[in-house]
Design a binder for this molecule. Structure first.
Ligand SMILES: Cc1ncc(COP(=O)(O)O)c(C=O)c1O
Length: 413
């Protein structure tokens, strides 16, 4: 097991005061994680020594850039249990789900078809399907929750029995509730009741916190963001099951240079090389190397250890925050959650809480966390969320709990 205090030393940004006498306590990693020094350095070094465009030149720098691009892509694919060809590089989870909508949905769905999602989805895994429904005439059905904490599997099963379910989209780990969904069971239900329906897994909050293997999960599409897993902003992945790429069921949705085979004035054919077929235009090589370096960093810690560390923090914060007067923690019990703990206060609005906590150096997030339908259904105007990563410590949580003394003083509680 690693020592998070030692790990923290790699994150220089965390060693600062954000207000006089108030050291930064960063508890907003679900929004974006901090980046280890190694990630920043490898990207800077790339620009200072190797930068060139990939696949387009015969000169040395272009050759180097191509090699590191390919090697980094291979490494990231392996990290999430996919083959290199199955990984399409995108900017983030949002672009990945949009990729499914445009590259698959636009030509696979028609009027009357059905998409099933859940009420705990991030807008990136919901609004995209709403728009896809507008374009194709398909219908979106949203599964309800049990005890404002987990997917109601009976409702999920009922919706899957609707005729013409063609796409099922759900989140692995909820960013708002922390819930870890039973993917195996949910995939089993899809395969039982909606044979042939394709499954999209939003893994934005699972890939950073637990071992994730695309093939083992038996989903068709998986989306994740590099910036939540210690990597740079602006790079992420859409993993697509190889058969869908080879058969042409999944098609490119971005067109232009780099992905073509032959271009005529009025038409074009596209590369047989799957990796190239889905990489239109100049890719972000520096971010790709940064993401691969982040994967190395996490692999060295061991994803089993990362998950264990996270579980300990969730349990500890759950216990400590439960003692704070006026707070109610939302979502499931610690055993069923990962990455974050969100709460509501009897007397104080989430935004006021976040503001006061910030004045004590504590960075948390308040609002609907891009899950408006979930918040509305649960009757929460807004929640405040503390979220963790490998550099988070129990002392960070102690500081959060202590900062509630100031909340109590200001509000006279
Ligand atoms: C569960 C989940 N899905 C999707 C997203 C969207 O990620 P991005 O903003 O990187 O596209 C987030 C970001 O918070 C998330 O937590």
């Amino acid at each position: 097991m690693f020592d998070p205090h030692q790990v923290k030393k790699n994150f220089l940004i965390l060693d600062q005061e954000v207000h006089p006498g108030k050291p930064l306590v960063y508890l907003d990693s679900a929004a974006t994680s901090q980046k280890p020094k190694a990630v920043a350095e490898v990207m800077a070094r790339y620009y200072m020594t190797d930068n060139a465009n990939v696949h387009r030149g015969v000169h040395v720098l272009s050759d180097r850039a191509t090699t590191v691009w390919e090697m980094s892509k291979e490494k990231v694919a392996k990290f999430v249990g996919a083959e290199k060809d199955e990984l399409i590089i995108v900017r983030n989870t949002t672009e990945a789900t949009n990729g499914v909508a445009y590259g698959w949905g636009d030509h696979q769905l028609k009027k009357g078809d059905v998409i099933v999602a859940t009420l705990m989805e991030h807008h990136a895994n919901l609004v995209v399907w709403q728009e896809l429904c507008k374009r194709t005439g398909a219908k979106l059905l949203v599964t309800g929750l049990k005890e404002k904490a987990e997917v109601d599997l009976a409702d999920f099963e009922k919706l899957l029995k609707t005729p013409k379910v063609k796409l099922v989209a759900f989140v692995h780990v909820s960013n708002a509730l922390g819930t870890v969904n039973p993917v195996e069971q949910m995939v089993g239900l899809v395969k039982k009741h909606a044979k042939g329906a394709r499954i999209v897994l939003d893994a934005a909050q699972s890939v950073p916190h637990m071992p994730v293997n695309f093939h083992d999960l038996k989903v068709d599409f998986m989306a994740f963001s590099g910036h939540k897993m210690l990597g740079p902003m602006g790079i992420g992945g859409l993993v697509v099951r190889k058969e869908l790429l080879v058969s042409g069921e999944m098609q490119p949705w971005l067109f232009g240079g780099g992905m073509i085979e032959e271009v005529q004035e009025q038409s074009a054919t596209y590369s047989d090389d799957l990796s190239e077929r889905f990489t239109a235009g100049t890719p972000d090589v520096a971010s790709m190397i940064g993401l691969a370096t982040a994967c190395d960093f996490l692999s060295r810690l061991g994803m089993d250890n990362v998950m264990k560390h996270d579980q300990e923090l969730v349990k500890y914060s759950y216990e400590q925050l439960s003692k704070v007067k006026g707070l109610t923690i939302v979502g499931p019990k610690p055993e069923h959650r990962l990455g974050s703990v969100a709460f509501v206060h009897d007397e104080v609005h989430a935004h006021d809480l976040a503001q006061i906590l910030d004045s004590e150096g504590i960075a948390v997030r308040s609002g609907h966390h891009c899950t408006m339908p979930l918040h509305r259904a649960c009757g929460w105007q807004a929640t405040t969320r503390a979220s963790f990563n490998v550099y988070s410590t129990k002392e960070d949580i102690d500081a959060l709990v202590k900062a509630f003394e100031k909340v109590n003083t200001i509000f006279g509680l």
